[in-house]
Design a protein around this ligand. Structure first.
Ligand code: ADP
Ligand code: MG
Length: 697
């Protein structure tokens, strides 16, 4: 791309295209919807659809799709062409307001967790006008929400949009109480940093574990791993650079502000960070980014791995969800301001976040629970499964002073004045950044770091928006009842800090002492997905979501079922893949290699009967012993998988069985295989090894 500015957003029916192509009134009405969340007048859909179609046809597009995010975790699309029969027997290119606004994909094959009986397989997609339509690989994609005949959400976008409305309502309420009556809307903003691995495509295809499960189920440690830490921010190799360049260009055309890219800690690992945007747009963009990463990698003979833990013993990949709130008047509510009133606002919002994260640790943990992330959280490379907040020393001192009640005496008047100086420093000073915290304040935003790399960022943001909205609504109720005076505001902040300070932790989250300390503080430590998921359906959490209209009780239960069943299915696929590879590749290879050694020994002895052939004999003995063990462990895993049907009563029982029994059998099998791998000649081992995979690109 010669000039990135020219191509930026060229494949997006965004603000510029709309301004150029829509009648002024239509444009304004649509803007009101986009900017202020006002509902859209149905009559304008036809006008927008027509302009959109003309724009797309000029770019050679003939098909459109409603693009949506079902509960599978990936996006879905079904292509329809613009072509319609004309009365004269020819064809015309047609795309009506109805085509734009509503679609009816056959929903029966998407997960619904029992919400949609199979006889009522209908699902509907509805245009989300707040996220721009775009052209991807020659198809006009309309971002949509996906819901059932009965109106239940079947996707990740609908509740996200609901949560954005919810936090908007409560934050605006607080700001109005604080006298900022010019604010009409508060949006949450997200910048998701995305980690990924790139490996050679040919090698990738030779590993069925990578192909089927996204991670290696076997693999001995390579002689060189990430010990030297020479990869982080290291020079980017030419093949990767070419990939990144093309990826950036593709993303820019889609209006995605891909900005920084660098090597990560592990070999073959990289990161991409976009410039932040509104939550639902950032969510769409992150899905598109992951999709384009995979596609562009293919074009470069590479495979992009988004799994949380593709390689044992090597850092896995996560996603950092940078989160803040901003007003339509252009203010970041997590920016400590330059004058005391702004600092009051900041401290109040901060207190709300602290209370929210403490009270709903469980929900945040649930939002990052997955079989892949279970390998990562707490493995000294990502935060532990314990949720806590890092604020940094300065802010902690300020809150400590407020908690001690110092704001109310005259000397503290002074403190607040110096606080005016202290707070802006917080924003500038990044030096004491804590990289081990799951939820870190980074100057003017929070960074939630527990997400897995393959996740949709939707769940975490639904939770964040809702729990903060809940606290803000409690604050607003309190201030409305007691009066919004400075004393009452600081009283509220003080009480909140006192009640929730156990969630604050500035130290090393990777340390064992923290696990003990957290236990003393009675913080939750939900180590696995199976431990975490039941919290989703706790009474207090159902009450929260239903109160704010984010999920109905049925929607929560259906999502819970999908998550638990998904865990069991994924485990089962991994176990079966292991069995398959062990039986059809590793066992035969090991046996053949032992035979080769024996043959070599007997050939040597045929030449001269006295030759000791120690190497061959010892090695054959060792390999043969391990091969027998391997054989037994295959049997054990096989049995564990077969026995699963005896534990299939309810989904959670089955999930627990898989986590404990199947998983242990998998580990047992892997251990033996990984012990065998270094004993077998490289060319006789049937799978590309870790060294090949990690250092070949
Ligand atoms: P790092 O965490 O690597 O030091 P940065 O501080 O540059 O990186 O920012 C990381 C991400 O945070 C980027 O995607 C950036 O766009 C995003 N970000 C910055 N400000 C905000 C904000 N107000 N709201 C949400 N995300 C933000
Ligand atoms: Mg970061």
């Amino acid at each position: 791309m010669s000039n990135p500015l020219e191509k930026f957003g060229s494949m997006v029916f965004g603000d510029r295209a709309m301004r150029e192509r829509l009648p002024k009134e239509t444009y304004k009405a649509l803007q009101r919807t986009i900017q202020e969340g006002k509902s859209l007048d149905a009559s304008i859909a036809g006008v927008v659809a027509n302009a959109m179609k003309d724009w797309a046809i000029e770019k050679g597009v003939t098909h459109f799709t409603h693009w949506f995010q079902p509960l599978t975790g990936v996006t879905a699309e079904k292509h329809d062409s613009f072509i319609s029969p004309a009365p004269d027997g020819g064809i015309i290119m047609e795309f009506s307001g109805k085509d734009l606004v509503r679609g009816e994909p056959d929903a029966s094959s998407f997960p619904s967790g029992g919400l949609r009986a199979t006889f009522e397989a209908r699902g509907y997609t509805a245009w989300d006008p707040t996220s721009y339509a775009f052209i991807k690989e020659g198809i006009l994609c309309i971002p949509t929400a996906f819901y059932s005949y009965g109106g239940e959400a079947l996707d990740k976008k609908t509740p996200l949009l609901r949560s954005m409305e919810c936090i908007n309502e409560q934050a605006t309420r607080i700001l109005h109480l604080l006298g900022e009556t010019d604010v009409r809307r508060v949006n949450t903003t997200i910048g998701p940093e995305q980690e990924y691995f790139l490996v050679d495509k040919e090698l990738y295809q030779k590993r069925r574990d990578l192909v089927f499960c996204g991670r290696t189920l076997f693999g001995a440690k390579p002689p060189k791993g990430q010990e030297l830490e020479d990869h982080y921010f290291g020079a980017i190799r030419p093949r990767v650079l070419a990939f990144m360049k093309e990826l950036n260009e593709e993303l820019w055309k889609l209006g995605i502000l891909a900005k920084t890219e660098h090597n990560e800690v592990a070999p073959a690992q990289h990161e991409l960070a976009p410039i932040f945007s509104t939550t639902n747009v950032a969510t769409d963009h992150n899905q598109l980014t992951m999709e384009m990463m995979k596609k562009v990698a293919e074009r470069h003979g590479l495979a992009c791995l988004l799994h949380e833990k593709p390689f044992a013993g090597v850092n896995g990949s996560g996603k950092h969800n940078n989160w803040s709130m901003s007003t339509d008047t252009g203010e970041n509510l997590l920016e400590p301001g330059d004058d005391p009133s702004q600092n009051t606002r900041f401290l109040l919002i901060l207190a709300a976040v602290i209370a929210a994260v403490d009270e709903y640790q469980d929900l945040l943990r649930v939002s990052v629970a997955s079989i892949g992330n279970d390998h990562r959280l707490g493995a000294n490379e990502a935060p532990p499964a314990i949720v806590s907040i890092f604020l940094g020393d300065e802010l902690t001192t300020v809150l400590g002073a407020i908690e001690a009640g110092q704001t109310l005496d005259p000397t503290v008047q002074q403190f607040m004045e110096s606080g005016v100086k202290i707070l802006p420093n917080v924003a500038r000073d990044n030096t004491d950044r804590n990289r081990t915290s799951p939820f870190a304040f980074t100057g003017n935003k929070f960074e939630f770091r527990m997400l897995g790399s393959s996740f949709s960022i939707s769940e975490s943001n639904i939770v964040l928006n809702t729990i903060v909205a809940e606290q803000l609504s409690r604050f607003a109720n309190h201030l409305e009842a007691k009066g919004c005076t400075k004393e009452n505001i600081f009283g509220l902040i003080r009480d909140t800090i006192a009640a929730h300070k156990r969630i604050l932790f500035n130290g090393n989250n990777y340390a064992d002492e923290w696990v003990k300390e957290a236990e003393k503080r009675k913080l939750l430590n939900l180590q696995t997905t199976v431990d975490a998921l039941p919290y989703f359906i706790k009474e207090k959490n159902i009450a929260l979501f239903t109160k704010h209209g984010i999920f109905t009780e049925e929607e929560i239960h259906s999502r819970y079922e999908i998550l638990v069943e998904g865990y069991v299915k994924a485990m089962n696929i991994e176990a079966l893949t292991m069995l398959d590879i062990a039986r059809s590749q590793i066992l035969p290879a090991v046996s053949a290699y032992a035979g080769k050694l024996a043959e070599s020994a007997s050939k040597q002895q045929a030449l001269c009967a006295e030759l000791p052939c120690l190497l061959e004999k010892e090695l054959v003995k060792k390999i043969s012993g391990l091969a027998s063990q391997l054989y037994e462990r295959i049997g054990a895993l096989d049995k564990a998988v077969l026995d699963a049907k005896d534990h299939a009563g309810d989904a959670l029982t089955s999930a627990k069985y898989h986590r404990d029994v199947v998983n242990a059998a998998m580990t047992g099998l892997r251990d033996v295989s990984d012990e065998l791998e270094p004993l077998v000649a490289r060319e006789d081992w049937p799978l590309p090894n870790y060294g090949d995979l990690l250092f070949s690109v």
